[in-house]
Ligand binder design. Sequence first.
Ligand code: TRP
Length: 460
Amino acid sequence: MAGDGLIDPWSSDDETDYSRIVDKFGLDMVDPSALPNPGMLHRRGIVFAHRDLDVALRCIRDESPLGVLTGLMPSGRMHLGHSMVIEQVRWFQENGADITVAVADLEALATRGTSLAKGRETAINEYVQNYAALGLDPDSTSVYFQSSRPDVQRLGFTLGRRTNLSEFESIYGFSGDTNLAHVQAPLVQVGDIVHPQLEEYGGLRPVVVPVGIDQDPHLRLTRDIVGKTHWFNINTRKSGGLTIALSVQEDNSSVFGIGQGGRVDRDTRDAIFSRIIEAISPLGFADIKANPKHGTLEVPAATVEDRSPIRMHLLALERELGGMGLMPPCSTYHRFASGMTGGKMSSSKPETTIFMDDTVEEMSRKVKRAISGGQSTVEEHRRLGGDCSKDIPFQYLQFFFEHDDSAILEVRKEYESGRMLAGEMKQLCIDKAGEWLSEISEKRDSWSDRLDEFLAPDAR
Ligand code: TRP
């Protein structure tokens, strides 16, 4: 569907040119040393890029509220690829974040024809049960269905006013023959991403969305739309510092003191400026230059670091004044693990991946057939060594099954030196994957009659 160079959440092309993507979409690279006790995926560079992760990390550091939102497509079976996001979600949860899980049952209905009843069944028995097994804590996890949360749908409509078909064309590569189901789904997803900030769902706080890079278009759309709702813009000042500027719109012009014919009411405008100054005063800037007439307020001493705290205070004020007051979502991006036969992992091609409930026999058959980075003869392998970058069993150990960093380094050294053979690598992967699968399977069983604990009241 997408033209050249676009990442399209619905296409099946494998897009692995990660550094190009980072440049093109203006992502930042993850610096594992900036994280408090980084998880395995961070340490290994598998979670490689982000937007505004520093905002989320600050919440962890300050022990202030942080939300995580993730979504699942309730179709097909859950496989290894899906577990990567949950691994990240668990990391945020262990670091104090609350977790919201969107079951994209409306999206599945609209784009794949999955009935809501079937979607519910799949979501709970296939996904939620595995999330539990992977270690999510029900006390701070709340699973909901798009179809039974009107607030999400309402947000989709409200925020839909801030975008248009041209933007969808450039973000998603949509054109005249695009099915309208595909046009609705991203707006509902914007609602998913934003709604944890509504008062009923935890209120104003940063929300981070860990995703595969294919979902970034949704995040760009959400951030763009959210930006358009802001009543106060924060810009960098040429001579240093930040400028806060009123963003006058239909729904705030009278609050901002703009009357009939565009005349500015001095008293109303001055009052708004006092509110702004009062709102950011906890941050302690000594020097603030207000220019109510122009609708700007300069804070020369503010640094980039101050941007998100200023943003939070202004959004709280925006809410008091009647605006939506939404923080743009933060996001993190993980690399994709390769499919076992070379291409992409896919639920619809069982030979490309390991499912969470594969038997050890099924798993080992697939590992034995997986693409290897070994040389074509033992003699050559001993001489040249194996190529870890092409070896699926090695990659799976690294992405999923071997949690000990020094062990993974050791395996790499052994393989690349030729001491370890391709068959031995496969066997190691089978052993580790076997342990992993049986542990998950046991945990799944122990959770099977307690899955309700994960469901939000409107999902029961
Ligand atoms: N579109 C996502 C998928 O195809 C599912 C989804 C819906 C989602 N809402 C979300 C993912 C919000 C992340 C955040 O898998």
